[in-house]
Design a protein around this ligand. Structure first.
Ligand code: HEM
Length: 405
């Protein structure tokens, strides 16, 4: 468990323009880059150089071409026989986001059935019941409350634990690890320690699953693909699913609720379960909580938006910027569910498109209307300027959300 007290928080940390936000707004530098230099090489506060890709069409181009822009941090050797490490982060065992074809397809095909629309639909009654249970606990604990702790966090925590077949009692431990891992205000050593601790939890779980595979996703992998997947990869898959399904959904629920509290007409529609799908898609686009996804590395010398990019150079695709691009929809900086956009990039694009998207959508479809029906008088307890929006995190969100009802 990471000790909060001992974790240094750097107040004065330099926040790069593709991460910086102002409440619901994106940084003005990002809009300027998108208009004038949609593929621009910048030095990050770490001293590393990266191409920041900000326009919708170029973000899609990068994400849809894994042959040109790889995710696993390796480069084909000029002889074509072996891969050599590039500047990117090394691939981690079981972390699909850092796999390239053909390894990516091999692992993704094993995991995908657990997230098919049919399988996710079969979880609906369980998710409804989980949401009702959490609402009841929140009501009993009484007003006021920190919405993140009372609702936004336990919903995906419980759902992901049930899905994976891991103990809900351990959730406080891995939740803390997950927050720290993404938090750019923490130093690198602290973030790496949290990542290692989280993986260690899964590594302890795997031998038990080998002996007694349960009904969760990991148990399913052991039963159906046990001989094709080793312990290290299995632990890595568990870690990735815990990570991928958790912080993202916590922050969509927190920021989404805040947005609804500030837009009562949409809250009323959501309460009546009218246009829920459109409101949620617009929240995904407008909020774009995943700032860039994993860095891509150019696998060959190439050209993007007229810029020459050298083999081995790193690219960061700004999903919020792409999703606010006028080319996708006019007045992208406005929250407007009537636009009915389904082609946003909040879940990524191409082979790494979010495997958990159907589950995340279902959690939100159930959680928002149920919350607003249970607490019709839900309100924010502080002015918007006092809401602790995250300053520098790979996943945008809030530290807490004081509410009462
Ligand atoms: C609203 C919530 C969510 C958002 C906004 C989100 C967003 C994303 C994005 C943008 C990517 C692509 C990253 C890249 O290309 O670099 C991704 C991939 C992924 N997500 Fe999600 N995600 C969410 C929920 C979930 C859930 C609930 C799960 C599973 C329990 C999940 C598991 C994954 C996995 C395993 C990948 C990697 C897929 C691959 O590399 O093939 N996500 N997600």
């Amino acid at each position: 468990m990471v000790d909060k007290e001992s974790v240094p928080v750097e107040e004065d940390i330099e926040v790069p323009p593709h991460i910086r936000r102002n409440a619901f707004g994106l940084s003005s530098e990002l809009a300027t880059l998108r208009a004038e230099q949609p593929v621009k090489r910048l030095m990050l506060p770490t001293g590393a150089l990266a191409w920041i890709v900000t326009r919708y069409e170029y973000v899609r181009e990068v994400l849809s071409d894994p042959e040109r822009f790889g995710s696993d941090g390796t480069l084909p050797d000029p002889s074509g026989r072996v891969d050599v490490m590039a500047t990117g982060a090394p691939a981690r065992h079981g972390d699909l986001t850092t796999y390239d074809p053909p390894e990516h397809g091999r692992l993704r095909r094993m995991i995908a059935p657990a997230f098919s629309t049919r399988r996710v639909e079969s979880l609906r009654p369980q998710v409804e019941e989980t949401v009702e249970r959490i609402l009841k606990t929140m009501e009993h604990a009484g007003s006021p409350a920190d919405f993140v702790k009372a609702f936004a966090l336990p919903v995906p925590a419980m759902v992901t634990c049930e899905l994976l077949g891991v103990s809900y009692e351990d959730r406080a431990e891995f939740n803390e690890h997950n927050v720290v891992r993404f938090d750019g205000t923490r130093d690198r050593a602290t973030r790496m320690a949290a990542a290692r601790a989280s993986l260690a939890y899964m590594t302890r779980l795997v031998p038990r699953l080998r002996v007694d595979p349960d009904e969760g996703v990991l148990g399913m992998l052991v039963r159906e693909h046990g001989s094709e997947i080793d312990d290290r990869e299995l632990a890595g898959v568990g870690d990735l699913l815990l990570l991928g399904g958790f912080e993202t959904t916590v922050n969509m629920l927190s920021l989404g609720t805040l947005l609804l509290l500030l837009n009562p007409e949409h809250a009323a529609a959501m309460r009546a379960d009218e246009g829920t799908g459109d409101i949620i898609e617009e929240m995904l686009r407008y909020l774009s909580v995943v700032q860039t996804g994993v860095p891509r590395v150019a696998r060959t010398d190439t050209v993007l938006a007229g810029q020459s990019i050298r083999r081995g150079e790193r690219l960061l695709c700004s999903l919020p910027s792409a999703n606010h691009d006028e080319a996708l929809s006019p007045n992208g900086d406005r929250f407007d569910p009537a636009r009915g956009i389904r082609t946003h990039l909040a879940f990524g694009y191409g082979i790494h498109y979010c495997i958990g998207a159907p589950l995340a959508r279902m959690e939100m479809q159930i959680a928002f209307p149920a919350l607003l029906r249970r607490f019709p008088g839900l309100r924010l307890d502080v002015p918007l300027e006092k809401v602790p929006f995250r300053r520098s995190s790979a996943i945008y969100g809030v530290g807490s959300l004081p509410v009462s009802w």
